[in-house]
Design a protein around this ligand. Sequence first.
Ligand SMILES: N=c1c2ncn([C@@H]3O[C@H](COP(=O)(O)OP(=O)(O)OP(=O)(O)O)[C@@H](O)[C@H]3O)c2ncn1[C@@H]1O[C@H](COP(=O)(O)O)[C@@H](O)[C@H]1O
Length: 112
Amino acid sequence: MSDTLEQLTEILEQRRSADPAHSYVASLHHKGLNKILEKIGEEATETILAAKDAQTGVETHRQAVIAETADLWFHSLVMLSHLGIAHDDVLNELARRFGVSGLDEKAARSAD
Ligand SMILES: N=c1c2ncn([C@@H]3O[C@H](COP(=O)(O)OP(=O)(O)OP(=O)(O)O)[C@@H](O)[C@H]3O)c2ncn1[C@@H]1O[C@H](COP(=O)(O)O)[C@@H](O)[C@H]1O
């Protein structure tokens, strides 16, 4: 998993200076942040719709959730790359949260 992220991140970095005519990722960087965010919005919606269908347990719908989630993660990684934020920072944030209950964290926030 982490190897895949490392490899993909490296490719995304290379694409920042690639020709938009020959690379989808370069075309997203070229179109700018708003286009990347638009794609994230689209993929998030498609993931939600696929997940609702997958409740039936039909295998093709379950495969669609996997494909749509991959699209969502991929475009989120493009956003991080566009902003110069390392995906490691996100992984570190998730690691920092190990053992911290979401309910406890929310209660601590509302006590502020
Ligand atoms: N993982 C992906 C990946 N996942 C999804 N996509 C593309 O993301 C797009 C998803 O958008 P849609 O489904 O809305 O399709 P669309 O209608 O063509 O998109 P729009 O015209 O609306 O923008 C498709 O064009 C997919 O091909 C990806 N494109 C590239 N990668 C990785 O990025 C690498 C670099 O890609 P290039 O920059 O194209 O060389 C590739 O080798 C892959 O490893």
